[in-house]
Design a binder for this molecule. Structure first.
Ligand code: ZN
Length: 143
């Protein structure tokens, strides 16, 4: 068991290194664009440099990796070694996320988080549809 976990984590670490324009973000962007939403990417003038910013909807979207941002889901498992390295790193991310969300909300932004596990093949359609519905609702309240 423990060995399986560490193997999974290792391959996850390799494939989920945080970078600009990772695949899950692109998935969300493409969908929104196809539905007529216009957005800005990686807006570094806002707290946390949100992946997707929809100024018209006063909404920012973070697309978060379950491992790096410690999602409460089966994809997050503490690495079985180097605890001294991982724990402060991951908990630092969690704290930063909380702080950024609070700051953004204070500035009047709606903050959505889409998790990587919600963009797994089977879940993608429902996740994107829900996101669209939430944006439409906000849009109708703004107009
Ligand atoms: Zn997750």
């Amino acid at each position: 068991m423990a060995d399986n976990h560490s193997k999974e984590i290792r391959s996850m670490n390799m494939s989920h290194i945080r970078s600009k324009n990772t695949k899950p973000e692109e998935l969300v962007r493409k969908y929104l664009f196809s539905k007529g939403f216009r957005y800005r990417k990686n807006v570094n003038t806002l707290p946390g440099c949100p992946d997707i910013v929809l100024p018209k909807y006063k909404t920012v979207i973070f697309v978060n990796g379950c491992f790096w941002h410690k999602h409460d889901c089966p994809r997050f498992v503490w690495p079985s070694s180097n605890e001294d390295y991982w724990r402060p790193k991951i908990m630092g991310n969690v704290e930063r996320d909380k702080r950024n969300t609070a700051e953004l909300q204070q500035l009047g932004w709606n903050v959505f988080t889409v998790w990587e596990c919600e963009l797994k093949k089977k879940a993608t359609d429902a996740t994107l549809k829900l996101l669209e519905e939430r944006l439409c609702k906000i849009g109708s309240e703004i107009k």
